[in-house]
Ligand binder design. Sequence first.
Ligand SMILES: [Zn+2]
Length: 373
Amino acid sequence: MMLASALALISADISQANLRSILTHLGTYPNRNINTDYCTKAAEWIAGEYRKIPGMDVELMYYTVKQGRRVVEDREVVQVIATLKGQTDRRVLMGAHFDTINLTGDPRTAVAPGINDDGSGVAATLECARLMSQSKWKNTVVFVAFSGEEQGLLGSAALAARAKNEKWQIDALLNNDIVGGSQSGALKDKKRVRVFSEESDKHNSRELARWIEWNARGKVKGFSPWLVLRRDRFQRGGDHTSFNNAGFTGIRFTESIEALDHQHNETDTISGIDFSYLANVARVNLVSLQALANAGAAPTEVRYDPKQAHTTILRWKGTPGTRYVVYWRSSSSSVYEGALEVGESSEATIKNVNKDDHVFAVGAVGGVPISAN
Ligand SMILES: [Zn+2]
């Protein structure tokens, strides 16, 4: 598999055998519903897998849930946070929820293998962690196995609140939820993974999504991110939204054709996984993580020179030693159409691209761009 930029930093590739072995183990629990001890046991197993990775600092994070919607009684619940410390305290997060639900039966006893929703994301995250550990990074990379997603994003909300309280600097959260399948009946799509993002002035989710698409171009053979310009699928949600709501930049990856009949019941099994597809989603995450983990701090105060002209001039506040890239797209395009590296400069001139009909953003090399205004 082609992984042009990844090979420069990490010599190994995503292993389909590893993904399969993680999902095979997750399938041994009758369910991983937070109302059961299976959930706790699964968290302990996941933590154990992270502890096998050199350099990984592993935490079991406990939080309490109150009796309520889909929660049988007040309970202490656990989720897993594995941290690969970098040179800076700026953090890049990759996560997925390991809890499962069967909506047709008793939450404590109904069988809910949750292999695609969201064992697939848990496996991709663990496999990316294994590969990321093989190199040193500028920024800190955090791998999360969330719980309580199926009761209303409870675990991610608990971690986002804690991150805000502890003043974490989160450059990006990559949430992977239902990323292992490529087919539903006659519908197939092996070539794309959807990227859901939210437009907001409180965080930078939409620009992160655009950058992910740009950065992945040509790096994962025959496969690409497909931007969906909404926060999530129709009337459904995911853990990235907990972070967005707390003001952090995050997006959601989800397969492009979901097997809707095999969600939240006993039929979400390993037979629904297309391992070559899941490996490609993991590769998109990996090439994103590698760039983000090496990026300098984002520029601030990215401004257009106000003078009318067919050439666009931009200025921003930078950090010494950081190199920048200017990105642009026509105002009707959701993806970047051009980019120019400008070194350590804090000013750029883009010839014959007019700010009247184009939109610009500036980012540190490998980092999430900031929209100009
Ligand atoms: Zn899910």
